[in-house]
Ligand binder design. Structure first.
Ligand code: NAI
Length: 347
């Protein structure tokens, strides 16, 4: 039976994967450490590694894993920006879990939006302190406001469906537009400058790539409506955090709901409550009462965890049985519909 080493594993990962393994019978080894060039050696003797969003699979790590005879990186997440796909190409197969529960993330984006808009995070602490004043808690109706969705894939579309239910007018920007689907769901595709200029709420759901890194920057923030609410459940580096802080200080931005942060790998999923945060940028973000930061928990529902475990285990089984790999990532674009082509551009 294949031996699988898990990195960055928490008790909840163990619980869901061990339950799922009843149907697979693999040998599982769990480590709390992130995968990086210092810890890669822990995988010695394994046939595959199973990694999460903040594990680092750069060229050096891939070299080390390959040298140990490991031929599979099984991502237990949808995003793949932490893997050097080019270094892995033709050496180590990289599989992911593309759509375990788009609703989990879309619903979390809505939770961030509703909380920020109606300020329930502040109201909660006020009433617990016998403060029943509502001054400063003014929100706005979402109905008939404009939402701009960047990346209308699985999660973006699930969010569009929910926001349409609120009666919002939805526009989307996507590198691969699907006009028929837009007509059916009642949204329109626009170019980015129009989306920035027209939206009352902007939510990010595109992958992190060299093209999308710092998509939200000083220039794009300048194009936005005053009071715009920005939600990011995609990846931290989609936003230039310093520019966001500038826009928060000048009150250009009405609020920011962030499930991800540029430098999150140092902090997210860990407990620093007995310590302090040396990252001044993160500390500054946390000082705004119109910033709501969650610790990359968009995916964290029971249904999504069960689906992540099942798809990851099936990916591993298919690999070791030499079957067609449904969830392999194209080394160039990551598009699951794109057959990997070494050296060629795919879109
Ligand atoms: P998906 O692959 O279904 O959709 C991504 C969409 O972005 C596609 O429609 C694609 O055409 C579009 N896109 C690609 N490049 C683009 C560009 N340069 N500009 C605009 N659009 C572009 O992916 P899915 O499942 O919707 O996930 C989206 C992202 O959400 C993931 O890449 C991941 O980073 C993040 N994520 C966050 C989670 C969390 O817990 N906060 C959990 C799961 C995913």
């Amino acid at each position: 039976m294949p031996k699988i080493t898990f990195f960055d594993s928490k008790p909840y990962d163990r619980e869901f994967f061990e339950a799922c393994n009843q149907n697979y019978g693999f040998e599982l080894k769990f480590f709390a450490h992130h995968l990086n060039s210092d810890t890669a050696g822990l995988a010695l003797g394994s046939d595959a590694v199973c990694v999460f969003v903040n594990d680092r699979c750069d060229a050096a790590v891939i070299e080390a894993l390959y040298g140990m005879g490991i031929r599979l990186i099984a991502l237990r997440c949808a995003g793949y920006n932490n893997v050097d796909l080019r270094a892995a190409w033709e050496r180590i197969n990289v599989l992911r879990v593309p759509g375990y529960s788009p609703n989990a993330v879309a619903e979390h984006a809505v939770a961030l939006l509703l909380t920020l808009n109606r300020k329930t995070h502040r109201a909660y602490f006020r009433t617990r302190d016998n403060n029943f004043s509502i001054a400063g808690l003014l929100g706005f109706d979402l109905k008939e406001k404009h939402a701009g969705i960047i990346g209308a894939g699985r999660i973006g579309l699930a969010l569009i469906q929910i926001l349409r239910g609120f009666g919002m007018r939805v526009m989307a920007y996507d590198a691969n537009p699907r006009p028929e689907l837009a007509a059916q769901m009642g949204f329109s595709y626009v170019e980015l400058p129009e989306l920035f200029a027209q939206s009352d709420v902007i939510s990010l759901h595109c992958p992190l790539t060299p093209e999308t890194r710092h998509l939200i920057n000083a220039e794009s923030l300048a194009l936005m409506k005053p009071g715009v609410v920005i939600i990011n459940t995609g990846r931290g580096q989609l936003i230039d955090t310093q520019a966001l802080i500038g826009a928060l200080k000048s009150r250009k931005i009405g609020g920011a709901g962030l499930d991800v942060y540029e430098e999150e790998s140092e902090y997210f999923f860990e407990d620093f409550s007995d310590s302090f945060i040396p990252d001044d940028v993160l500390a500054r973000l946390l000082s705004f009462n119109n910033v709501l930061l969650t610790s990359h928990q968009g995916f964290f529902t029971k249904e999504a965890m069960q689906s992540i475990a099942t798809v990851t285990m099936q990916n591993i089984k298919d690999f070791f049985e030499g079957k067609d790999l449904q969830n392999e990532i194209c080394y160039h674009c990551g598009n699951p519909d794109c057959p990997p082509k070494p050296g060629g551009r795919c879109f």
